[in-house]
Design a protein around this ligand. Sequence first.
Ligand SMILES: [Zn+2]
Ligand SMILES: [Zn+2]
Ligand SMILES: [Zn+2]
Ligand SMILES: [Zn+2]
Length: 394
Amino acid sequence: MSPRGFWIALALVLSVLLSFAHGAASEPQGCKRCAGSGEVQCGSCAKSTCNWSGEGKVSARFCSLAAQCGSCRGTQRIACKECGREVTPATAKLRRETEAWLAEMAAIDSTVGAAGREKPVHAQSAHFRITWNIKQVDVKGGSTPHGGMHVYLDRLEALYTEFLKDLSAADKDFCGITHVMLWQSARDQEKASPVYTGQASSTESKLMGKSPFVSIFYDKSHLHEEFELHQAVVHQVAHCLLSNVFDGIWPGNIKGGWIDCGLAHAYEIRTFGEVRHYCYVEQDTLQAFQFGRWEQAVLSGVQGGKEVRFLGVTGKHTTELTPEEHMYAWSYVDYLLRAHPGKFGAVARAVKSKQPYAEMLQSILGKSPAQFQGDWAQWVRTTYSPKKAEKPRQ
Ligand SMILES: [Zn+2]
Ligand SMILES: [Zn+2]
Ligand SMILES: [Zn+2]
Ligand SMILES: [Zn+2]
């Protein structure tokens, strides 16, 4: 053999040896069944449980229906039998977290005494937890309790996205997630509300601040249509998010009632076109007040020189606001959101830290109270529609 032939032969032998060595070492990576990951799709729950995520909708981090799968706990991943390895540490961690979460949810089931009845379903997304015991709601996807729950969880996340934008806030600005509980039976509402919202209620109640809860009875004699339940949720959750963001301080009892209610109404009007909903603290005062569209009423107030001035609504707790002041509180919030985008977050921080109003208007908007008042009135004149509500009042 020539020296050249010798080297070629040696290279060939070496490359064959190397490929053997490599093949032996990488055998588990080469597992065809799991493509080397050690875990595969769970077959037990592929068809039977939650398939809500992956439909382009909000992905629930936990879902009680999904978590029922004994093989995977809703992670949809199980160990690969072919290569006999364990699931990944990430999957193992998610299973442990799901088990702890399920135990918490089971405590809610026993609080409302669900044994022997249809149990609530629960789910959690990045920013909300939802507990749901409503058979069906008249909306696409809402024909089962599980579907209805996910529809509402998605809606909560959509509201959160709007809220972030309006308040110039980010996830890190929140003290905790908001837990929303929705019931078909007044009995569940009565059991849950004192425990979770700290307030006995047969209709709706909420706990604001660092760790908010909302509990609502879907009372068909009051919330006739499905969208009225949605509207109630939007209103109450807006209160909760505002109380939670930045500092966990509810502005409603530190004379910031105007942003507390004004913002809740702003989301109602933006989403549903008109105001229908008042929460418990407001209920006593609303008897004679018109629901409906407020633009026209505020516009005619301004045109007739009968408006409630800004400094007239800013010094009050939520409970002290009259129905008329509610409407103007909404309009001042509406003006800030629409005519001064990007400023409402700073206003909310200032109100929550009890900054004097003249100072606040100057530092955030560069306006005196008189300028602010005049600019608002001018904006109302050019922006609000004089048309009456198109929909008949119900
Ligand atoms: Zn689900
Ligand atoms: Zn499974
Ligand atoms: Zn494998
Ligand atoms: Zn309210």
